[in-house]
Write a protein that binds this ligand. Structure first.
Ligand code: ZN
Length: 117
């Protein structure tokens, strides 16, 4: 993977991260206005405050994705990004573009979903 690719995927990962944070604020607002107008002021928070509140506000699903994103960013650093953790083959670029924090190639992912338990 060359420098340009790395930069590209790093951007994708960061954008995905941002999307989750934004989603979080958006969902809060949605609940607030839909129900009895409980005021939420996430947008007014400084980033520090916002990050501190994350532990409480993140759903399990979001937390998992953020973890995966961090792992993926680490892998970019160590030059192991884009390699399937299960079979060691390259993950296709189309898969990475759709799911930049994917840990497995499409075949291994399918195997896991099929016979996973
Ligand atoms: Zn694989």
């Amino acid at each position: 993977m060359n420098k340009k690719d790395k930069k590209y995927y790093l951007e994708l990962l960061n954008r995905e991260k941002e999307r989750i944070f934004k989603n979080l604020g958006y969902l809060k607002e949605g609940i607030g206005s839909g129900e009895k107008g409980i005021p939420t002021h996430i947008a007014d928070y400084g980033t520090d405050e916002f990050e501190k509140g994350l532990d409480i506000n993140l759903s399990d699903e979001e937390r998992k994705i953020l973890e995966k994103i961090d792992i993926a960013i680490e892998k970019l650093d160590k030059n192991t990004y884009g390699i399937c953790e299960s079979c060691g083959k390259k993950i296709s670029s189309s898969r990475l573009k759709a799911l930049p924090y994917a840990r497995y190639c499409i075949n291994c992912q399918r195997d896991k979903e099929k016979g996973g338990r």
